[in-house]
Design a protein around this ligand. Structure first.
Ligand SMILES: Nc1ncnc2c1ncn2[C@@H]1O[C@H](COP(=O)(O)OP(=O)(O)OP(=O)(O)O)[C@@H](O)[C@H]1O
Ligand SMILES: O=c1ccn([C@@H]2O[C@H](COP(=O)(O)O)[C@@H](O)[C@H]2O)c(=O)[nH]1
Ligand SMILES: [Mg+2]
Length: 216
């Protein structure tokens, strides 16, 4: 059953999914969007890492799956996202790195049920992604050559098909500099928020709107 009713009645909630390969700059762009457009950034990976660090009920299982580059069960991540959304008090959310597969998408739809108004897809060649991750130096357990290969495989096999499910997709060239990518992101968000303001409502990602940007 959808939890959209868990939000204050009459409050319009805007959700944007931010998707891209490992190291494509999702977190980097989300920080800029937060500063510029006042969204709350919910990184699915960060929420899971917090669970590992706080040694919670599922901490050990999550740690092992992440180390293997595998996906954590949908119910866990959806519950974390919903809790973070409700706690934030905001009405604009960037969901970074989720959904990762079809099962994630369905679980989100049935539990949270707020259709994303945009799927921002950050496209970047694999060699560049690998280079960035191996230079990231943030102490992430999964930033090693073996796990990176597995994460790429999951992205290619499971995540890309989910991106294609959505009509309302904004695709940017993530191989440019972070500031140049943000120029493109800014244009997409400005268009989204302007359209929302003029329509006084949602511009849902599954309605027959033209894509904001070129599709894959
Ligand atoms: N456009 C860019 N050009 C060069 N380096 C970048 C760019 N965007 C981000 N980076 C760098 O690449 C690394 C990965 O970026 P970031 O953590 O934002 O990616 P991500 O998509 O969130 O990755 P993950 O899926 O692994 O969480 C970081 O070190 C970041 O500083
Ligand atoms: O929806 C999700 C998001 C993430 N994971 C797991 O976390 C790691 C790291 O994710 P980042 O987005 O790169 O921070 C990912 O490889 C998965 O193991 C997940 O299971 N579900
Ligand atoms: Mg990230």
């Amino acid at each position: 059953m959808s939890q959209a009713g868990a939000f204050p009645p009459g409050k319009k909630i805007t959700v944007v999914f931010v998707i891209g390969g490992p190291g494509s700059g999702k977190g980097t762009q989300c920080s800029k969007i937060v500063r510029h457009f006042g969204f709350t950034h919910l990184s699915a990976g960060d929420l899971l890492r917090q669970q590992v660090q706080s040694d919670t009920e599922h901490g050990a299982m999550i740690k092992n799956l992440m180390h293997e580059g595998k996906l954590v069960p949908s119910d866990i991540i959806v519950r974390l996202l919903l809790t973070a959304m409700l706690q934030s008090g905001n009405d604009r959310f960037l969901v970074d790195g989720f959904p990762r597969n079809e099962e994630n998408r369905r679980a989100y739809e049935s539990v949270i049920g707020i259709e994303p108004e945009l799927v921002l897809f950050i496209d970047c060649p694999r060699e560049e992604l690998e280079r960035r991750i191996l230079h990231r130096d943030q102490g992430r357990d999964d930033d090693n050559v073996d796990t990176i290969r597995k994460r790429f495989q999951v992205f290619h096999d499971s995540t890309l098909p989910v991106v294609l499910y959505y009509d309302r997709m904004g695709k940017v060239d993530g191989a440019k500099s972070a500031d140049a990518v943000f120029d493109d992101v800014k244009a997409i968000f400005t268009q989204l928020l302007t359209t929302q303001a003029s329509q006084g409502g949602n511009a849902s990602s599954r309605r027959s709107n033209p894509p904001l940007c070129s599709v894959l």
